[in-house]
Design a protein around this ligand. Structure first.
Ligand code: XIL
Length: 365
């Protein structure tokens, strides 16, 4: 039996999960997020960490049935791979890749160059030795995953208008020690190390209709234009999609940003979708309804743009979301943030249907 046939069969059997809301047709009609996405030549996947999949068979099964892509939530970051200089440890990241392979999931690489989760030794080393420190990291990463990972976040979150620097570049160890060209340089190093990869620039805060996100949209667009002009080998823009329900979303503003990015000849991927409901004080079901409404507005707009290739959510279940596991971000009323398509007991929520129908209703690629 092929992996695909097995997946379809499992999806049909798993009708039990959906039967409560979808009725008898769930027994025969495939209803999975990846199935809906693939029907339009799109992709769907989610982030995870091995501490989650190691202990949770339901999570593993949900990945197996619902996803086509897996992304390491932290195992592939520089701070995890090389906390101590010269001791590169790929054990955790490799386990994510092999979890993906054994469940028929492609793994996305996240993230080669990021100012956070950066080992303390990096900035002093950059100061003394320059670009070769960044080069060594990217080259080793690309060599290690050659043929295994195609879609890569090469540079993550390099823009921060609030820092007040030239071109709204973020005040990071890379900018301080290497200057503004480190971004183009990172792309060149990565593509030379493995010409088969799809190198992405990944960024957050590009969706809300307020002055904060507007400033970041303008700066990111200018950065992408510059990278294209310089001939940097960039494949696409990763739009994280950490939405906040308390902030405004205007489909036409977001659509025009997507059009501008696509106009540069870049592909787009929604790379880290979740919807933070901290500002909502209503009942759980009302919160779920409002979250799903925002998801539908966001996803319908995103998928209407033909350059958008798919959606990754930053986790599957609220139980493991970074918004519920990191203490500084928790809701103050003690309830779970209802930010992802599955609740803490792996029941599908209205958000799941927002994803499902956004895929089903998307124009085909
Ligand atoms: C977060 C993870 O979810 C957390 O577990 C970790 O402690 C910090 O990083 N933007 C990104 C992701 O690009 O890597 C971040 O992931 C969330 C924000």
């Amino acid at each position: 039996m092929t992996a695909m046939t097995r997946r379809h069969l499992l999806a049909a059997i798993s009708g039990a999960t959906l039967a409560g809301t979808a009725g008898a047709s769930a027994q025969t009609v495939e209803k999975t997020l990846i199935g809906a996405a693939r029907s339009k030549n799109l992709t769907y996947g989610a982030a995870m960490a091995t501490w989650q999949t190691d202990r949770d068979a339901t999570l593993r099964r949900t990945f197996d049935r619902q996803c086509g892509v897996v992304v390491p939530e932290w195992e592939m970051k520089w701070g995890t791979i090389e906390a101590t200089r010269g001791t590169r440890n790929y054990a955790g990241a490799d386990r994510v890749v092999s979890f993906g392979a054994s469940h028929g999931l492609a793994c996305r690489g996240h993230a080669a160059i990021w100012y956070r989760n950066l080992p303390k030794w990096v900035e002093p080393a950059l100061k003394v030795e320059g670009v070769k420190v960044m080069e060594a990291h990217i080259q080793d990463l690309m060599a290690h995953y050659k043929g295994k990972i195609k879609s890569w976040d090469i540079v993550n979150e390099a823009i921060e208008p609030k820092d007040g620097l030239q071109d709204s570049l973020r005040d990071s160890p890379f900018l301080r020690q290497l200057g503004p060209d480190y971004i183009a340089r990172a792309f060149t190093i990565a593509a030379e190390a493995d010409p088969a990869i799809q190198p992405f620039y990944n960024e957050y805060g590009l969706y809300h209709n307020d002055s904060i996100d507007q400033a970041r949209r303008t700066a990111v667009l200018a950065l992408l234009q510059k990278l294209k002009q310089q001939g940097a080998p960039i494949y696409g823009l990763g739009i994280q999609g950490h939405l906040n329900i308390g902030r405004p979303f205007d489909p036409s503003v977001f659509a025009s940003f997507l059009r501008d990015v696509a106009g540069l000849g870049l592909k787009i991927l929604i790379t880290e979708l979740d919807i933070d409901d901290r500002s909502l004080t209503q009942t759980i079901s009302e919160r779920d309804r409002l979250v799903a409404n925002m998801a539908t507005a966001f996803l319908t707009t995103a998928l209407s743009e033909r350059a958008v290739e798919g959606v990754i959510t930053w986790g599957l279940s609220d139980k493991y979301s970074w918004l519920n596991t990191s203490t500084y971000q928790k809701r103050s009323d003690g309830t779970m943030n209802r930010c992802l398509p599955y609740d803490e007991n792996f029941q599908i929520k209205p958000f799941w249907y927002s994803l499902y129908y956004a895929f089903r209703n998307a124009p085909p690629r």
